[in-house]
Design a protein around this ligand. Sequence first.
Ligand code: SAM
Length: 367
Amino acid sequence: MTQQAELSMSDPGRLAPAGPGPDTAELVRSLTARGEALLHGSAAGEAVECLRIARMLAGPGDERPARLLNRAIRQVVPRWHFAMMNDHERNAAYEEAIIATVRPGDVVLDIGTGSGLLALLAAKAGASMVITCEAEPVIAAAAQQIVLANGYADTITVINARSTALRVGVDLPTRADVLVTEIFDCALLGEHALPALEHARRELLTPDARLVPRHARLLGQLVESDRLRSHNNVSVACGFDVSTFNQFRSTEYFSTYLHSHDHRMLTAPFELLKVDFGTDLPAGTSEVSALPVSDGMCDAVAMWFELDLAPGVSLSNGPHHRYTHWRQAVQTFDTRLRCEAGLPVALNVSHDQERVHVRPCSPTADW
Ligand SMILES: C[S@@+](CC[C@H](N)C(=O)[O-])C[C@H]1O[C@@H](n2cnc3c(N)ncnc32)[C@H](O)[C@@H]1O
């Protein structure tokens, strides 16, 4: 036995595959450093590209590129994508609506590809061509792979772009007969559905294009809840007065499952906003009346949508849909609002292109 072989057998580590040579090791170091700098500089998409190469080239003992890549991917691809794709109620409603809407030979535009799910459903429903766009490059690349793996690459074209950058004659051969889209957050407008649809109607769709969804309503309900109030209000902690922190209270909504917090509904659901996706909806303000069914102190308005996807097919993230991945939107008020059963409460409901905001017309009590 040679001395070399003797050494290898007494030290199994020496039998492990060799790490990268000095040049490769230097390249891995510099790509990892560049990836980390991009990650900290809020350029997670570019960090993913750098770190993917670094991970590929790194030696078996070097886990740093893989760990940083994982962090970058979490920033680029929000975790709700998984819950959304596993939301069977959502998927089934869209599938039913797409089957009811798409006709053989249609050109379909799908805004917001994600995994490519709605584009695949449209192709399966008989569309002759589906153009689908995704703003996020790594998601668009994954959708392309999914389309290919499912055998629809001849029908579906995935474009890595925001829908508002698409052009007929460049990205679409003609205006589309059908639009399908699911770019809705828990309070309907937060993912910029209104500007995307306005642009699509003006530039990308035939005048009589069929839309999935066709309409939507945003509903609200006034709630009393110490737990929900505590998400946005503080007074004493460990005996110290920390209420100065309330300068950072926000009246932006957050998403939560109402059923996971003790709360009391003070009104029946009422309509906050109606959207016809076939026409523009300019920013505006309206007064809405809510009728309390019991006395109480209102801490917040809970909000959710109802999408009219096709005749007889609707989808909602209301509190009775316990497993909706969207959850409900909850917006606290600046001040608590005293409610008395049978006495209508006037609410000011304003919206722009991306948000609905609700406030009492006349607050009656402080926190
Ligand atoms: C809520 S997900 C839906 C994905 C897929 N359509 C589905 O239903 O499973 C929306 C996706 O659309 C993308 N997106 C949102 N607005 C977009 C727009 N105007 N143009 C292109 N992509 C958009 C987001 O990056 C996200 O990946």
